[in-house]
Design a protein around this ligand. Structure first.
Ligand code: B12
Length: 347
């Protein structure tokens, strides 16, 4: 008779089983493999990924540790015993510090979360917590962390959400409304400039990490992302970048505030199929129109130029006949990128 342990040792699981057992979403799982060699699954004759029981256990430990605040790049190469030791240490340190984590009181009276990172640090609570992560709950916890100036908690809330939710949910239902609330409360004087600046730093780092983790290279259409010269708000462009990778596009992100000639040169040198730009402030910036028309003049018409944001909206009617497409929001950008990719595949 074959022992159950022997059966487990030889088990081979397809990705959907690993996704169900670990709670990792497929794009994060693929990114961890590709970028960090977190596990090396075998392949079926048809090329389908096949994971062993050891792979599943390793991924479960990695996910718990990332949920507890570790970064995947630092732990991906550790042996499984070291991962187990770290998980044990997390559980002990959390039990030993019932009220304080990262030097901050997170008791509800202080505006902290009674269901926040403190509980999720333990393995059992971590697994239970992952299942209950929703966009609305994440948004609420993130805002609370912004108000208590708790950057670590904000980073941890966002990172946990990235493991449990799809990139589209993270972008549309967490980060966009979070930035909207931050902007609104800052304008109303309900949020200090320091809180807004601290939150912006964390969100920028988080979006950079998400982009990196989801990024594809080669064999896919490439889109260059930036903001026109004079446009310093860069989250619109980062969100457009994450939206593009979630559609399977490769992204070359140039950061913010770049003259048309430089964007054009990057697009030509990288063989881009599209350029997507964000223009946020001020809403009636005349320079934006000139920069976009200059960019259009530099690029072959086969390269699509998309632009979004309140500072581009007033120019939409002038831009369309010139061959620059104003796109209202990120779901519409994803739809347009999908259409362009389909045309490329068809032709
Ligand atoms: C973070 C932030 C900052 C940071 C920027 C850090 C950085 N590195 O980016 C800092 C602190 C530097 C900053 C500075 C200022 N800011 Co500011 N900032 C914000 C905040 C909170 C987020 C900005 C952001 O990038 N949003 C990006 C996206 C998420 O915004 P969105 O417009 O909702 O995007 C949607 C669409 O427009 C569209 N979209 C946007 N881009 C793109 C791109 C593509 C390709 C597509 C398809 C779609 C698309 O899709 C999105 C989702 O549907 C906003 C609030 C807000 N909600 O925007 C204020 C905000 C933009 N800032 C504002 C102001 C007033 C300022 C300052 C003048 C403040 C000051 N007194 O110094 C300066 C100006 C700096 C400058 N010279 O430009 C105001 C602008 C008000 C107005 N009338 O337009 C806002 C709206 C806050 C507010 N409610 O008052 N800011």
């Amino acid at each position: 008779m074959i022992e159950p342990t022997e059966l487990l040792k030889n088990a081979q699981y397809p990705m959907r089983v690993v996704v169900r057992r670990t709670g990792l979403n497929p794009s994060v799982l693929r990114a961890w493999e590709r970028r960090y060699d977190a596990v090396e699954p075998g392949r079926s004759d048809g090329g389908q990924r096949l994971y062993s029981e050891a792979d599943v256990q390793r991924l479960t430990l990695l996910k718990e540790l990332v949920e507890a605040g570790h970064t995947i790049s630092q732990i991906a190469e550790l042996e499984v015993d070291a991962l187990r030791a770290l998980v044990r240490r997390e559980a002990v340190s959390v039990d030993a510090e019932p009220d304080v984590r990262n030097g901050r009181d997170e008791s509800p009276q202080q505006g902290g979360s009674s269901t926040g990172a403190r509980q999720l640090g333990t393995s059992q609570a971590g697994m239970a917590g992952a299942a209950s992560i929703t966009p609305a709950g994440t948004l609420e916890r993130a805002l609370r962390a912004v108000h208590t100036l708790n950057g670590r908690e904000l980073e941890s809330v966002l990172s946990r959400a990235a493991l449990a939710l799809t990139p589209v949910e993270v972008v549309d239902e967490v980060v966009v409304p979070l930035l909207g609330q931050i902007g609104h409360q800052w304008q109303q004087g309900q949020l200090s400039p320091a809180s807004e600046h601290a939150a912006s730093q964390v969100i920028r780092r988080f979006l950079g990490w998400l982009l990196d983790a989801l990024s594809l290279q080669g064999g896919t259409p490439l889109v260059v992302i930036s903001t026109p010269a004079g446009q310093q708000h860069e989250f619109g462009s980062l969100l457009a970048a994450v939206s593009a990778v979630s559609e399977g596009w490769e992204v070359l992100n140039l950061g913010a505030d770049l003259p048309a000639q430089d964007i054009a040169e990057a697009a030509l040198r990288s063989g881009a199929r599209a350029v997507a730009l964000s223009a946020i402030f001020p809403p009636n910036d005349g320079r934006v129109l000139g920069e976009l028309l200059d960019l259009r003049a530099e690029l072959d018409p086969s390269i699509d130029i998309f632009v979004g944001g309140p500072a581009a909206r007033p120019h939409a009617e002038r831009l369309r006949p010139a061959g620059v497409e104003f796109v209202d929001d990120l779901p519409s950008l994803r739809r347009r990128l999908r259409e362009v990719a389909e045309v490329m595949r068809g032709g």
